[in-house]
Structures are given as C-alpha cells and as structure tokens.
Design a protein around this ligand. Structure first.
Ligand code: GLN
Length: 295
C-alpha cells in the first residue's frame, strides 16, 4: 500500500466525510475514528457532539490509512483489533477468522442442550479466536471446556483471549480429534465449510483460508468431524455443527448415516438453516436399529 501523504489536523466531520469519499460505510468510519482517538465504540454520540474538534495530524493519518484498508475489504475487526461475540470482547487479528453473529446461534443451542449447572464436558473443535469455547465457559462457569485448533497462531490468539477474560479453557493443538482423549457431553464446531472454488471467497480474502475452505464441496472437514466425534461423545451427547447456507440437508444426511439420532437443524439470524445437531446414543443403538429395519 502506498505511504499516505502527510495531512494536517482535520476536524471530526472532515475525517468522517473523507472516509465516505473512500467508500467506507458511515458506521465503520465512526468506529475506526473512535479507535484511533482511543475512545470506546459506544461513544458514537461523542463524535456528533464534537464534530468540529480537531483530529491531530498523526492520528488523522493513522485513521485514513485504516479507512483505505477497510475500503480494500479488510475486516473492521482486524483494523480495530477486536470483535464482540456473545457479550464478550475478543481480540482478533488476521491469524483467526472473525467471529460471526451466526455462530452465536450455535452457542445458544449448545446452552439449550447443556445442563444449566454441573460440570458437563464440552469440546470446541477449530476454536480460532476461542469464540465458542469462551462464550460457553463464560455463560456456564461449571462447564469443563476443552478447545482444539490445528493452527498454533490461532491458539495463541485464543489463549490470550482466555487469559484477558479470566476464563478457564483447556487448549490443545491438533487436527480435529487427533489430540483429544476421552468423551464429551457436547462437541461444537464452526469448521471450514466453503467449497474451494466458491466465488464468495474473494470477499473473505483477508481471513485465513484454512479456516474457510474444505474440499470441492466444502464438506471435507464436516465429514471427518462427524465420523470421528462418535468415539468422543458420551452416550446421549450432542454434536453441534455450523455449516454453509446450502448444506443443511447434506449435513443432516451425513449425521443420520453416521448413526446420530435425532438430527435437527436451526436457523441463523437471516432465517437460513445454519446449524445441525445430532445426538449420539452409542454404537449399540445403531446395531439394534439396523436389525429393526431389516425386519
Ligand atoms: N460464515 C463464514 C462466511 O461465510 C464462514 C465461516 C466458516 O467457514 N466456518 O462468511
């Protein structure tokens, strides 16, 4: 990116207008300006009340640089360095996927399925920033939460978030269930699920590709997780997966074929089927069912 030319101090109103001219949405511009001014994102009203205040030259320059990066598609969360998820402020950067509001649906569903107190065992596969694991641990302190990621970089981000928020999560490095021992009452995951040739990837180019794509149909990781979770779920335990906007039928089918029963879907905020949950009752049940069907 070319170096920004030196700018003199500009007013708050001019700063916001400059962002608009670069094609940055008004809300994003306000949040970027508050960030460089060292103010909270809740202080948007302050900007209105102080629109003739001067933004000092050095800060204006930093702000305009962020605006240019935003205009080139960098997620706002990377530029301000944080993202709100399920009431928690998570630090994020380009080492992890930006947590999405859609994934809050998964957390809510997990909380519906878990006991309201008591030490149930929960596993978050592909934790990234730690969003799901930390939201669950924060909502239900009695849970024993383990979280796995194949990326050391992502684990560093997740661990720093846990430490800053004072939340106890057992982080492990590994590919899906490779580093996992024992059985859990609930396994939750927002795995990569976008098809490798999906044109939407262009809009996500600033986020880690390994957190986004999973083979030709986007289901490679989901297939592995469904298959391998069966050896890590307690009887009656639940597998809860986020998936792509058009994958609900396929994921239900994969879970059903693997012996999960019942298998259900839930919608995201846009009313699109976005999560699938299946209950695991043990391999014996499948054997019985198979013979039931044969009769
Ligand atoms: N929901 C994200 C998106 O399409 C993708 C997240 C994922 O692959 N797990 O924007």
């Amino acid at each position: 990116m070319p170096e920004s030319p030196p700018v003199a101090g500009i007013s708050v109103a001019q700063a916001l207008a400059a962002a608009r001219a670069l094609g940055v949405e008004a809300l994003d511009a306000q949040l970027l300006l508050l960030e460089v001014l060292g103010r909270s994102p809740t202080e948007r009203a302050w900007l209105h009340a102080h629109d003739t205040d001067t933004v000092p030259a050095a800060l204006a320059q930093a702000y305009l640089k962020h605006c240019r990066r935003r205009a080139h598609g960098e997620p706002l969360a990377y530029l301000v360095g944080s993202k709100e998820f399920f009431g928690l402020s998570l630090r994020v950067d380009a080492r992890v996927l930006v947590p999405r509001p859609d994934t809050e649906t998964l957390v809510e569903w997990a909380l519906d399925l878990l006991p309201t107190d008591g030490p149930a065992r929960v596993l978050d596969l592909g934790t990234g920033s730690g969003a799901i694991a930390l939201a669950l641990q924060h909502s239900r302190p009695a849970l024993q939460v383990q979280a796995v990621d194949a990326s050391h970089d992502a684990l560093a981000v997740a661990q720093a978030n846990a430490q800053r928020l004072g939340l106890r999560v057992d982080f492990r490095h590994g590919h899906w269930l490779d580093a996992v021992e024992g059985r859990f009452d609930l396994i939750a995951s927002n795995p990569p699920y976008i098809a490798e040739a999906d044109p939407h990837l262009e809009a996500l180019r600033h986020e880690p590709l390994e957190a986004l794509t999973a083979g030709a149909d986007g289901l490679d990781d989901i297939r592995q997780i469904i298959d391998r979770s069966r050896d890590h779920l307690a009887e009656g335990g639940w597998l809860l997966l986020e998936h792509g906007y058009d994958q609900a039928g396929a994921v239900r089918q994969l879970m059903t074929a693997a012996g999960f029963d019942p298998v259900q879907s839930r919608n995201d905020l846009a009313q699109i089927e976005r999560c699938c949950a299946g209950q695991w009752r043990g391999r014996k049940t499948i054997a019985l069912k198979a013979s039931d069907n044969a009769n």
